[in-house]
Design a binder for this molecule. Structure first.
Ligand SMILES: [Fe+2]
Ligand SMILES: [Fe+2]
Length: 114
């Protein structure tokens, strides 16, 4: 296994773990502060991961680099909007969970495996 692949696997596990923490917090009816906190960590971690992953993909001459970067950018924008929405009560925690689990399925399990 290459270092790059090992790195991405590790990072994806971390992201899955954070999504799990968020799910637990929501199921246990934890307050908005806790949920916003986890979501903020997730957002920071994601941005870091995307930057590294994009660097790796670019170096490897990954053919769908532009599309892949665009998927990352769109996702980051949605996460940022969700955090704002959660704070001003225009977005429900459940819809954020949908966004994250859809992304998890699509992105981590499919796109990054290409
Ligand atoms: Fe990734
Ligand atoms: Fe990715």
């Amino acid at each position: 296994m290459t270092v790059a692949v090992a790195y991405c696997d590790d990072a994806h596990k971390q992201l899955i773990d954070l999504i799990g923490q968020l799910n637990d917090a929501m199921n246990n009816g934890r307050g908005e502060k806790v949920i916003v906190g986890i979501l903020t960590s997730l957002s920071t971690y994601c941005q870091e991961h995307f930057t590294k992953e994009e660097h790796i993909l670019e170096q490897q001459g990954y053919p769908q680099f532009k599309e892949h970067k665009q998927i990352h950018d769109t996702f980051m924008r949605k996460v940022t909007e969700s955090i704002e929405g959660l704070k001003n009560h225009t977005v429900s925690p459940a819809s954020i969970m949908n966004l994250l689990s859809d992304w998890l399925m699509l992105h981590i399990l499919k796109v990054d495996k290409r």
